[in-house]
Write a new protein. Structure first.
Length: 107
């Protein structure tokens, strides 16, 4: 396991230490409550300066700021890169949370 995202948005590292939290409003904050980024209800991902980083589409496809496909989070939680290789799993958490963790390096 490289990380765990609890259903409440708590992000834990491989040592089970809390490293961040994704709030229900989409704010991504570290353990000191500093804003790391945000994921909007439309799937747009922004960094802490509000710069557009990419998007998570409703079908789980993840795209960067240039609209290139980074990968996909499937309905069963399988996370795949753009070459269809499995990067990991994220079962029982929102697709957007998994996409932010695996593809946008905010943590």
């Amino acid at each position: 396991m490289i990380a765990k995202i609890d259903t409440d948005g708590t992000v834990r590292n491989s040592n089970n230490s809390v490293v961040a939290h994704i709030n229900s409003n989409g704010d991504i904050r570290d353990t000191n409550n500093h804003l790391l980024g945000k994921i909007g209800s439309n799937g747009d991902v922004r960094d802490n300066n509000n710069s557009y980083m990419g998007k998570v589409e409703s079908n789980g496809t993840v795209r960067n700021r240039n609209n290139s496909t980074l990968g996909k989070v499937e309905n069963d939680g399988t996370v795949r890169d753009s070459n269809n290789h499995v990067l990991g799993t994220a079962r029982d958490v929102p697709v957007k949370y998994a996409a932010v963790y695996f593809f946008f390096y905010l943590f």
